[in-house]
Design a protein around this ligand. Structure first.
Ligand code: F42
Length: 144
């Protein structure tokens, strides 16, 4: 089993510790927003190490929509490269952990539908989109 390497960002690392350490009964919301978070466990494409990335919970049937918003920063988050290279992940949603396969959304109509879903789950995504000139990558995680 590859080594788990925690995020270098403190609040992110602490959210993962609380969420995973409690078995999914604590740390399941973003700060004090009351909005739900999932944990994506994936592999680093260069190191092969295990990475854990909290993301907002955007559910579409049995699937999850993963939005690489990074707060509207100019560059994509590094996990985008990891998911493009290896789409086999596990998603923790509270106490449930499910193996999933991730694909990047390319189709314009699908993207539009999923973007609307994402914004209804987490309205700040729309602000992040207007802050950045990059096209924010959107992925779908489907049951493997
Ligand atoms: N980020 C989002 O983009 N969208 C969200 O909806 C979101 C929600 C959210 C909710 C709660 C929370 O606590 C955090 C949330 N975040 C959200 C932040 C998210 O969890 C990530 O922290 C953020 O997107 C930054 O991701 P990142 O992958 O760019 O993280 C950097 C800081 C990082 O971990 N860098 C590592 C490092 O050591 O510098 C590298 C990690 C890595 O994957 N390395 C690869 C490897 O092989 O191991 C190599 C990658 C390469 O190709 O260079």
């Amino acid at each position: 089993m590859a080594e788990y390497v925690p995020s270098p960002i403190r609040w992110v690392r602490e959210q993962v510790e609380l969420y995973e350490g409690s078995g999914g009964t604590e740390g399941t919301e973003l700060l004090d927003t009351g909005l739900r978070v999932i944990i994506v466990t994936n592999r680093g494409n260069k190191t092969g190490s295990v990475r854990k990335t909290p993301l907002m919970r955007v559910k579409d049937g049995d699937s999850y929509v993963l939005v690489a918003s990074q707060g509207g920063a100019p560059k994509n988050p590094v996990w985008v490269h990891n998911l493009r290279a290896d789409g086999e992940v596990e998603i923790r949603d509270k106490t449930e952990v499910t193996p999933m396969r991730v694909r990047e959304v390319q189709d314009a109509d699908e993207r539009q539908r999923l973007w609307a879903l994402a914004v209804s789950a987490f309205p700040p995504y729309e602000d992040y989109r207007s802050k950045t000139s990059r096209t924010i990558p959107v992925f779908v995680a489907e049951p493997a």
